[in-house]
Design a binder for this molecule. Sequence first.
Ligand SMILES: [Zn+2]
Length: 203
Amino acid sequence: MSSVKPKILNERVEKCPYCGKEALHVIEALHEIPHFGPILLVTLKCSNCGYKHTSVSHVEQHAPLRIKIYVNSLEDLNIKIIRSPTATIRIPELGITIEPGPISQGEITTIEGYLLRVHEILKSLFNNKSHKDVIDKIEDTINGKVSFTFIIEDPFGNSAVIVQNRKKIKKETIPAEELKYIKYGDAVLEMKRGGTYGSKKKV
Ligand SMILES: [Zn+2]
């Protein structure tokens, strides 16, 4: 993989998310890959239950990037997102923020894929009665009934969107004063009640 010895940044033992024992060995190492740049390799291994996880991220830094995608048709739900492990997803109209978790891996998925996942998480966390309004709103977005803005905020600028119509998206650099409000490293699905409802889609 690399001709240079990996540089161990951090080595520690944490509580395992699966068995709950203080037996999760975490190693963060920086590998220098020729012609590619630095890679951060995080290896998790539980000596109690055997849980294992490795995440790789490209750590070459780009300017902090915010990509806004204007979703107003069923077709737009198929827009593909390349989310780096450090990116936060926001849907202001639904009051939803998905921040990257400590074992977050980069992924490629569609906007619909995200909505389905959020829907599933909310359904499992809350009974239908207590958060019916929010769950209903998400169902409306999945069915293409409302328009909304899907925002990716990546402090390292390694995320991207695959879209045919460039007018669907807006890219901007995140100003330094806003950067400190963007978290990365804690697993959070934040939900604010009463997010403004997206305008009805024209059918
Ligand atoms: Zn374990």
